[in-house]
Design a binder for this molecule. Sequence first.
Ligand SMILES: O=C(O)CCC(=O)C(=O)O
Length: 261
Amino acid sequence: MSLLILDLEQKQFFDDNGYLLLKGFYGPAEMKKMRGEFHRLVTEIENRPKNVKYSFMDAPEGYAPDPFNPRNVVGMMDQTLAGAYWFDQFTEPRIVSVLVDLLGPDLDFHNGKIRNKPPGFVCSQSWHQDWPYERHTEPDLAAAITYLDPSGFEAGATEVLPGSHLKGEYPTGENSHTIPDEYVPASEQVVLEAEPGDVAIIHVLVVHRAGHNYTPRARHAIINEYKTAATIDQWGNSCAFAGLPLARNGQLLLPRVYRGP
Ligand SMILES: O=C(O)CCC(=O)C(=O)O
């Protein structure tokens, strides 16, 4: 099958490593718009549909909230329901094309969330695979993480263990999905240094973690997940637009709906 948007090297890299960092995927004008919409999302909180769920973080001692995200919104579920812009954001034709290239020609949506790292954020989830959180008949899912801020080590970067998606399910701690550090050699860990507009694709079986943020500036990211049409949900996905068909036979299905500036 010919690829829609990626080149063969990018596809091979994803197949071998279980992740792909697409630098500069969104341009400066798109990011200006995205950051504006995002700012509204984290500041205009009341009067949203109840299903758009927010979680907040108390500012740790020594850290103040970033004025861009003054309520310290640390996470959201189903931002996809927040309006036409956010509908178009997860059905974006270039991102759907990437996922078709990586997962296959029949693609569905899985779910959407916001994951922020306010100043002083410490990630207790640590190393994990997404798979135990979202089992399906086959591990044919991937997340697209869109970064709104520069991210680096100690500045909320995502970290991955390349090739771990080829090794099946990793052992975890008791009553947790955290993979003990001994299974994640430090010498093999890769920090995904990202700029606004970069997108990381993360295979559902790749071992990864969200970094801490020891800086005074918050790091914001949108995480949308996609799956093949053939893989069937086994955990009871009640997230908005779960299973929405996005492509069939490599043809994108959805129109753009946002009519704003
Ligand atoms: O926020 C990140 O950098 C990674 C997100 C993550 O680990 C997850 O959502 O499973």
